[in-house]
Design a protein around this ligand. Structure first.
Ligand code: G6P
Length: 464
């Protein structure tokens, strides 16, 4: 079996835990992927220094070797806060209103990808498979090829891929996608993002696209593009549920809600997660069904994210303001209807909180997949499962059709479905949950890793 070299911006190194937090889907998933294959994980240390040196920090933890580099302060500004998270992230989440197109962001992005390529190249052996992750590192494969790397290379995008009409607003969009086509295998979370990608390649690059096989041929090189829906590390997550910490968290939540039903949301504090819109939906529920206000308590866990970026600071104040307004209007001396917790929680605690909550509210405006939805399902009591309310615009909706699927932009739709969830009979809850649970259990992260790496191993080496 070939060794796997995984490359991503965020690496789950013990020292940087709490940076990505328990809610960043990518790093947890990759940790599990790497445990299956002996191999290494390369990326950013999370630290910044005055100048980039390329010095590698090695750590070995839990069977996984990580090699990380520090970025220059300017890199963090132009590449991480800049091109990755102020240009590509909003654009890929259909938010061209928030997308910034600064020339120096693009320059910083190219520079960091070039530096990453030079730093990781000496770590790659002849028979290794290289697997690059996410929008931070789209041109990395092309950079590695230009340095003579001949290994099989795959790329997986954890976010959505935007429709062609939005993507063309990006200056030099052709260059970005052209660089992406240097990978041999390109994975997306669901069919919708894959279709948009194939459409772009045909329409804007004039590539030869085979919709059936996902083969995209440009300038004599063929890449294969496919959907590989990511899953959770089911067994690992379930083992968290057995711990005293999980059971305590469950009890803590249950006793503090005092016979009211708990509804939960767990999200990185990101505008793509639809948090203010969700609070509007809850407000609409309270307005429409005033006699039911006392039945429900909403718990929002939202650890701050990417705090160096203005749009993230804005979403945080908007959320605080909206939560404050509803709590001001709807609280009684003995009850506050919305609890807003700003810090990340351990997986054990999250398991307990999910288990104690009879409704899981996952309503991103756009999301590559969303693993919170899957964790919520996994954590339910089979004899008395809760109801998942899920945005139809999350990649997870393709697999979790038995959730109550909502339009997160519509407060009426969210309010209406909260009402349906509250009144859903046990038999229906069980029926829906069983089907969702089966998919979450079977289509887990091990299956995802295996599907992707098997396909990567099977592609004909593109460079002889
Ligand atoms: C999303 C992205 C990941 C990222 C994570 C946390 O899941 O797809 O690439 O690591 O958010 O964001 P952060 O900026 O803290 O790495």
């Amino acid at each position: 079996m070939s060794r796997l070299v995984v490359i991503s911006n965020r690496v789950d190194v013990p020292k940087a835990r709490g940076v990505a937090g328990a809610q960043g889907g990518l790093s947890g998933a990759l940790n599990s992927a790497l445990k299956q294959n002996r191999g290494i994980w390369f990326g950013w240390s999370g630290e910044d220094v005055e100048e980039f040196t390329g010095h590698l920090h090695f750590q070995r933890h839990d069977g996984v070797t990580t090699a990380t580099v520090d970025l220059a302060t300017q890199d963090v500004e132009e590449y991480y806060n800049g091109y990755a998270n102020s240009t590509l992230w909003p654009l890929f989440h259909y938010r061209i209103d928030l997308t910034e197109y600064e020339r120096e962001f693009g320059v910083g992005y190219e520079r960091v990808n070039e530096n990453f390529a030079s730093s990781v190249l000496p770590l790659i052996d002849q028979d290794d498979m290289v697997w690059v992750h996410d929008y931070h590192l789209i041109p990395l494969g092309e950079r590695l090829r230009s340095k003579g790397l001949k290994n099989r290379m795959g790329f997986f995008l954890h976010t959505p891929w935007p429709p062609t009409r939005l993507l063309v607003s990006l200056p030099f969009h052709e260059r970005l996608v052209d660089a992406m086509l240097h990978y041999d295998l390109i994975g997306f979370q669901c069919d919708e993002w894959l279709e948009s990608f194939l459409h772009y390649c045909r329409k804007e690059l004039g590539a030869d696209v085979n919709e059936q096989t996902g083969e995209v041929t440009l300038n004599g090189h063929t890449s294969i593009a496919r959907a590989y829906p990511i899953g959770i590390d089911y067994d690992h997550f379930m083992s968290k549920g057995e711990t005293g910490e999980a059971k305590q968290a469950q009890q803590r939540l249950l006793s503090s809600t005092r016979h009211r039903l708990a509804m939960i949301g767990v999200d990185r504090l990101d505008y793509s997660k639809g948090l203010p819109e969700r609070i509007d939906g809850i407000g609409r529920f309270f307005d429409t069904y005033p006699d039911r206000v006392r039945e429900l308590i909403y718990i929002q866990i939202a650890p701050p994210s990417r705090e160096g970026i203005g749009s993230y600071q804005d979403i945080r104040s908007l959320l605080e303001q909206k939560t404050g307004q509803i709590n001001g209007a709807r609280s009684e001396v003995d009850i506050v209807p919305i609890r807003y917790v700003n810090k990340g929680q351990s997986q054990e605690e999250l398991f307990g909180f999910y288990r104690a909550s009879k409704i899981g509210l996952v309503t991103p405006l756009r999301d590559g997949m969303n693993l919170v939805a899957k964790e919520y399902v996994a954590a339910q009591d089979p004899e008395d499962p809760g109801v998942l309310i899920l945005s139809r615009f999350a990649g997870a909706a393709q697999q979790l059709q038995d959730a109550l699927l909502v339009n997160p932009h519509s407060p009426d739709d969210v309010a209406h479905n909260i009402r349906i969830a509250l009144d859903m009979p046990l038999a229906e809850r069980k029926e829906r949950w069983e089907r969702m649970h089966q998919s979450v259990k079977e289509e887990n992260v091990q299956r995802w890793t295996q599907n992707f790496t098997n396909d990567l191993a099977a592609v004909a080496p593109s460079v002889q």
